[in-house]
Design a protein around this ligand. Structure first.
Ligand SMILES: Cc1ncc(COP(=O)(O)O)c(C=O)c1O
Length: 424
């Protein structure tokens, strides 16, 4: 296989015709595969469903003297706070345990900033003339949608292999209208990047012009290695506190990809001052969250060490799926000089950069052949990738055999679109 840019016009045409025939043959197989979202596969869900064998005896309904079936303990069961604090490396009193979706807690934090203001807000954000928000991109589409839905102006911050471009961040936060920033510090969605120590230090020590700057630290993939050993990460709460920024950060996590996305437990962690402020606001909207499920998770996951053992079992299922995708890309696309991608060791995605100007075309071709992927542009603010290049591959849901079929189609589509761009 030769590099496509080096092919002569005639060679490109021959290759294009050959690929068109291959594409038609693949299309006629009539496959229907979905790689749009990072959902755990059925084997993973089945593996943890013994979770439901717990909570059968009355003594399991009581945790630290609290009847988990009743109202109360708004900020979560003490044992659940301990569990998340153990995993995140913070203190139990800094943890608020909620319902099943950390995304809802993230939305709610921003919503409260908008309606009521945060601890250090001069006024609620709805009274600000303009609110701007930093979005490291490629990033998580649902993050961007949350801030877009409140009418904030989204500012794209380029991602580097070390995390967000901190020169761009430090320049942007001199504007007092810039009120916050999204972060996925470990195995970022979609790049799978782990922020470097230096990036974390620069973030924790930021001096934003806005007194109520909100650092959204979404640690969704904090223990989600699918290859190799657990990679430790610093506690962002104490990092921020070290630089006088204790109240700047809210950290989020959940068991969506530890146990079940549809029936897990989520949390946020913040300074004790923020906790007192938030408890007062949240206390108006809820008396308590689902503590039965919190207790089920405490009994099932036990502690960080036990949870890491479970993550190894997830890795045994996910690892072969990621390797299947990465090996096929290596074999079929790498020699052609038409795309780049990362080789993550954790998280749920592979970030694929097709030849600029071809991502939409690749995904349209995939769709026509029965493979649905995350929409082109989704990984950028407002759903617009200025390069039309980034494609998020989510290998977790289909079984390996189906994944192989889907990737066969994907690779042909990437090649067809690249040849079209180069001229055929
Ligand atoms: C970075 C990131 N944060 C949050 C979520 C969703 O988390 P939850 O299920 O806890 O709402 C996802 C799901 O894909 C994600 O990728």
């Amino acid at each position: 296989m030769t590099s496509y840019p080096q092919l002569s016009a005639q060679e490109r045409q021959e290759e294009y015709r050959r690929l068109q025939a291959e594409y038609e043959a693949l299309k006629s197989r009539g496959v229907k595969l979905n790689m749009a979202r990072g959902k755990p596969g059925k084997t993973q869900l089945d593996m943890v469903s013994d979770l439901f064998d717990l909570m059968r005896s009355p003594e399991e309904y009581v945790s630290d003297g609290v009847d988990v079936r009743n109202y109360g303990e708004l900020s979560g069961l003490p044992a659940a706070k301990h569990l998340f604090a153990d995993i995140l490396g913070c203190r139990p009193q800094e943890v608020f345990v909620g319902g099943n979706a950390s995304l809802q807690l993230m939305y709610d934090t921003i919503s409260k900033a908008y309606t009521h203001g945060l601890l250090h807000s001069p006024r609620p954000w709805c009274r600000e003339e303009k609110v701007k928000w930093l979005c490291p991109a490629p990033g998580y589409d649902r993050h961007f949608k949350v801030t877009e839905s409140f009418g904030f102006e989204l500012i794209t911050i380029p991602m580097t292999p070390e995390g967000p471009d901190m020169d761009a961040v430090e320049a942007a936060i001199t504007d007092p209208a810039v009120k916050g920033m999204w972060n996925v510090p470990k195995y970022s969605n979609p790049d799978g990047i782990i922020y470097s120590q230096e990036t974390i230090r620069r973030i924790a020590s930021m001096k934003p012009a806005a007194p109520d700057f909100l650092l959204m630290w979404d640690n969704a993939y904090c223990i989600h290695e699918f290859e190799g050993d657990f990679v430790p990460f610093p506690d962002i709460l104490s990092e921020c506190a070290k630089y006088g920024n204790a109240d700047m950060v809210f950290e989020f996590a959940s068991t969506s990809k530890i146990t079940l996305p549809g029936a897990g437990v989520s949390c946020f962690a913040c300074s004790e001052a923020n906790m007192a402020y938030m408890e007062e606001l949240i206390g108006v909207q809820a008396i308590s969250f689902d503590k039965v499920n919190q207790q089920r998770h405490v009994l099932y996951l036990k502690d960080k060490a036990h949870t890491l053992d479970l993550m190894k079992r997830h890795a045994a299922i996910l690892g072969p799926k990621f390797r299947c995708v990465l090996d096929m890309l290596q074999e079929q696309i790498d020699p052609l000089d038409i795309a780049q991608w990362q080789r993550p060791k954790g998280g749920y995605f592979i970030s694929f950069n097709a030849m600029p100007g071809t991502a939409k075309r690749v995904l349209a071709l995939c769709k026509e052949a029965g493979v649905t992927m995350t929409g082109a542009g989704a990984t950028f603010p407002y759903g617009k990738d200025p390069q039309d290049s980034n494609i998020r591959i989510a290998p977790s849901l289909p079984p390996v055999e189906e994944l192989r079929q889907a990737m066969e189609i994907f690779c042909v589509c990437v090649k067809l679109a690249a040849l079209e761009k180069l001229g055929v």
